[in-house]
Design a protein around this ligand. Structure first.
Ligand SMILES: Cc1cc2nc3c(=O)[nH]c(=O)nc-3n(C[C@H](O)[C@H](O)[C@H](O)COP(=O)(O)OP(=O)(O)OC[C@H]3O[C@@H](n4cnc5c(N)ncnc54)[C@H](O)[C@@H]3O)c2cc1C
Length: 465
């Protein structure tokens, strides 16, 4: 009896994009790696292996690297390629082959023509462009194709529609958490893949970015190195040193009190399941663990939900009606200070705290969450219109943050500038009833001067090198 993808229809993680029976003549099951660039706790890879074992075929992971996606630059691709050695080693451990290709040889369809898989399994990414690639693949492939949500702990399709806020999504996530927050079996493929003699694959040692037309002015981030092993090291360090005070310190940018795992989660080098289970098992106080899991699961999956169900996630059009109305009413309010995009990018404002936050992002590739909120709200205050503010915030965030171009970023910017997941506050100029954050108020909540000094010191030591 040939394996049929329709038998997966009841799996809430899986989405059958092209049905039918697996081709019995096919040479393998192909796992198309896109968002989930890891061999550990990866439900898409697990499914490919389970199917391969069931139909007696080897499994091959295919990764086709290409310069694509708005604002992606050398910083992002460097981090991505640093992670490939761990991906290759993890796949080997699970007896899965690895076919690595780089632009202009990155086409999935071409790889399928050469390999003739019995079926294709992909992972998921709710952003517009990668979703289009999947739709295109579903139309063009001649074998069954399904994708698996390897990005959220509770599969995002179970939420069915856009959730208003953490308050509305939290009970829905918690109701299903027992089912999905469970250790993965990380199965291994039974049959080893033998690459056909003429098949060309790149090596992880190659300069995979050679000849790519990508912006190179934004260099590699100074404080992060890509890869699952490095992500796991940071996770262990977070649990040992920071988790015990997480709730008390997470809003203090002057301390290194958060996990800094967002780049690893963004590139899928770590999955949320690995992080959540490790934190759950840790010996830290329950309220500290719960505070962290609220961010990792509820807030993160609220962002995935926003991008999945709101096609305008990266512009003001995606904001709730009350927020668009109040911003429109105040769009002509006089602005005391207006900065150009370049001045903002170069951290040339009168506000030392804002400049420090901007530099933390441009130099290290990561900004503290508390300052990301302040940073985006000030862009609204200092630009000509909310539309312009939104667009500048997206461009700067996606260009400089290693974790940029992520649902969390669009949710965060929409929250700060456009009232997403929030409620109306007191009326004031420019912001209308969007929640405001003042420099004085923010600086009273943490040691802003200490934070500014740290960033200045980092900048000086960089200049001296
Ligand atoms: C304007 C703005 C822009 C942002 N841009 C991004 C972005 O581009 N990419 C990105 O990953 N995050 C973004 N965030 C969310 C948040 O700031 C970062 O996820 C967090 O600072 C990452 O640091 P960490 O890993 O040390 O977080 P931790 O505090 O250690 O949290 C662990 C994980 O939980 C998730 N998380 C934490 N805070 C949030 C949050 N507020 N919303 C959603 N998920 C959260 C992240 O995956 C994070 O890695 C943005 C927030 C705002 C307000």
């Amino acid at each position: 009896m040939p394996f049929s993808l329709e038998s997966l229809c009841s799996d809430p993680r899986a989405c059958v994009r092209r049905g039918g029976a697996a081709d019995p003549e096919g040479t393998c099951v192909l796992y198309w790696v896109e968002r989930a660039q890891r061999a550990l706790d990866n439900p898409a890879l697990d499914l490919a292996i389970r199917i391969g074992n069931e139909i007696g075929k080897p499994v091959v992971a295919f990764l086709g690297l290409a310069p694509r996606g708005p604002y992606a630059n050398l910083r992002h691709y460097q981090f991505l390629t640093e992670g490939l050695a761990d991906l290759a080693a993890g796949l080997r451990q699970r007896n899965v082959g690895f076919l690595l290709r780089s632009w202009p040889e990155h086409s999935l369809l071409r790889a399928c023509e050469e390999l003739r898989p019995s079926l294709v399994v992909g992972d998921e990414n709710p952003l517009r462009e990668p979703e289009r690639w999947r739709e295109k693949a579903a139309r063009a492939l001649r074998v069954p194709f399904c994708t698996v949500d390897a990005d959220a702990i509770v599969p995002s399709r179970l939420m069915e529609k856009q959730q208003y806020s953490a308050r509305t999504i939290r009970p829905r996530i918690h109701a299903r958490l027992g089912e999905f927050l469970v250790p993965s079996e990380n199965p291994s493929a039974r049959r080893r893949w033998k690459p056909p003699a003429k098949l060309t694959s790149r090596s992880i040692a190659d300069d995979l970015l050679d000849g790519w037309k990508i912006p190179r002015s934004v260099g590699p981030a100074s404080t992060f190195r890509g890869g699952t092993r490095e992500g796991l090291r940071l996770l262990r360090e977070f649990i040992a040193r920071k988790l015990g005070d997480y709730a008390d310190r997470r809003n203090h940018p002057e301390f290194d009190g958060t996990s800094r795992l967002s780049p690893y989660l963004h590139f899928g080098q770590l999955g949320p399941l690995t992080v959540a289970l490790a934190v759950q098992r840790a010996s830290a106080p329950t309220e500290q663990k719960e505070a962290f899991l609220e961010q990792l699961i509820v807030r993160r999956e609220l962002a995935v939900n926003f991008v999945r169900f709101n096609p305008d996630y990266d512009s003001l059009d995606g904001a709730p009606a009350w927020a668009r109305r109040t911003l429109a009413e105040h769009s002509r309010d006089p602005r005391e200070t207006i900065y150009s995009e370049k001045q903002l990018e170069n951290a040339e404002t009168h506000d030392l705290l804002w400049n420090a936050a901007q530099k933390q992002m441009t130099i290290t590739g990561w900004m503290h969450n508390y300052l990301r909120m302040y940073w985006a709200k000030k862009i609204l205050e200092w630009t000509r219109s909310p539309e312009e503010a939104f667009q500048i915030a997206v461009r700067l965030n996606d260009t400089y943050e290693l974790d940029g171009r992520d649902p969390n970023g669009y949710e965060g910017i929409a929250w700060a500038i456009a009232g997403k997941s929030d409620r109306p506050w007191f009326e004031r100029p420019i912001f209308g009833t969007i929640r405001y954050m003042s420099a004085g108020g923010v600086s009273r909540k943490f040691d802003a001067r200490g934070y500014i000094r740290q960033i200045e010191k980092m900048e000086r030591s960089r200049g001296e090198r």
